[in-house]
Design a protein around this ligand. Structure first.
Ligand SMILES: Cc1cc2nc3c(=O)[nH]c(=O)nc-3n(C[C@H](O)[C@H](O)[C@H](O)COP(=O)(O)O)c2cc1C
Length: 338
């Protein structure tokens, strides 16, 4: 039995018996410990997909399929995740201050719909502690040989009008460890955060980061799928004016129409039901701008991955699809790409 079969036949059925956040903590705990043991990392590397290098933002990616933000929020498992064969890893969302997130339960699994709803609310160790951890990875010699993005967001207790200072704190602490930085303005689980996508607020935030960004670190923004065309157009203008290096499309959706009402929960929906909507957004962006797009939303197989490239994406990120499919997903997509 290979790793893909072992995941789908044994690991996933066991993980899906338990509460989703407990399953997540178990998985991340395993990957965290695996990150310390070279022999285990070597075992993981045997299942890596073949190299399909691609250069974006002037950076070389060994393959175009990355791990989306939210899986390793605190950067505890970088070596293991790299060994599994992702083309890049995005950690975070990290906020300036450490915070516990919303009360549990806060992740919900919908197997039939191949979807998750989460309302985690940026539970994370905070920028200072994460920076220390990343420094330790660097010093340990286990820093991965693939691009690492760091996704930053606003602390819950920081008022919206002080958001730029909050992002700046994380930017300053974390930039030296990041190959690119993502400004997350699209999580539905921090009250008011999505309003930072509005023209005026977004311009203020982008200008503040740009003035600080003397080393010209690639700065991307991650947007919601629930945007109207005029809202999207305003975002693109703002990104172009402020030299934003890329757009991640998309975060989770607030449209829960695919979920039976009796089982619905507050939060952001990810997975298969998000696929079409987020592909449409990728298409809308690439039709209007040459800003590179990283596609995220409902990638479950080679076909859904191809759809994102055909819509104009340069790179992909997976999250929910990886939970459902495991390491076989990466091999299927990367192996199937030309
Ligand atoms: C449990 C969970 C936690 C997430 N946390 C974050 C986060 O902290 N920051 C972020 O930008 N996106 C977060 N996301 C969104 C994912 O990065 C991704 O953009 C989204 O789930 C759509 O992709 P998917 O359909 O492949 O899951 C999270 C998603 C899930 C399911």
């Amino acid at each position: 039995m290979n790793a893909a079969e072992a995941y789908e036949k044994i690991v996933r059925p066991l993980l899906f018996l338990i509460d989703p956040e407990t399953a997540h903590n178990f998985a991340i705990g395993f990957l965290r410990r695996a990150s310390q043991v070279e022999l285990v990392l070597r075992g993981f590397r045997r299942f890596q997909p073949a190299a399909k290098p691609k250069t974006v933002f002037g950076m070389r990616f060994p393959n175009p399929v990355g791990l989306a933000a939210g899986f390793d929020k605190d950067g505890v498992a970088l070596p293991a995740l790299a060994a599994l064969g992702f083309g890049f890893i995005e950690i975070g969302t990290v906020t300036a201050k450490p915070q516990p997130g919303n009360p549990r339960p806060r992740i919900f699994r919908f197997s039939e719909q191949q979807a998750l709803i989460n309302r985690l609310g940026f539970n994370n160790d905070g920028a200072d502690l994460v920076a220390n951890r990343l420094r330790q990875w660097r010093e340990s010699g286990r820093w991965p040989a693939i691009p690492v993005g760091i996704n930053i967001g606003k602390s819950k207790t920081t008022p919206l009008d002080q958001a730029p200072a909050d992002y700046l704190h994380s930017f300053r602490r974390l930039r030296k460890f990041a190959d690119y930085i993502v400004l997350n303005v699209s999580s539905p689980n921090t009250p008011g955060l999505r309003s930072l996508q509005e023209r005026e607020s977004l311009s203020i935030l982008l200008r503040a980061i740009r003035e600080e960004n003397r080393t010209d670190k690639p700065v991307l923004i991650k947007i919601a799928p629930d945007l109207s065309t005029p809202e999207l157009e305003a975002i693109i203008v703002s990104c172009e004016e402020n030299h934003v290096a890329g757009i991640i499309a998309t975060n989770t959706t607030l449209n829960h129409s695919s979920i039976p009402t009796a089982r619905d929960e507050a939060g952001g929906l990810s997975g298969a039901p998000l696929r079409e909507k987020s592909t449409a957004l990728v298409r809308d962006i690439t039709a209007r701008s040459t800003i590179p797009v990283i596609a995220s939303g409902g990638i479950f197989d080679l076909e859904s991955a191809r759809e994102k490239f055909e819509a104009g994406a340069e790179l992909l990120q997976v999250y929910t699809g990886y939970i459902f499919r495991g390491p076989g997903l990466l091999r299927e997509i990367v192996g199937g790409l030309k």
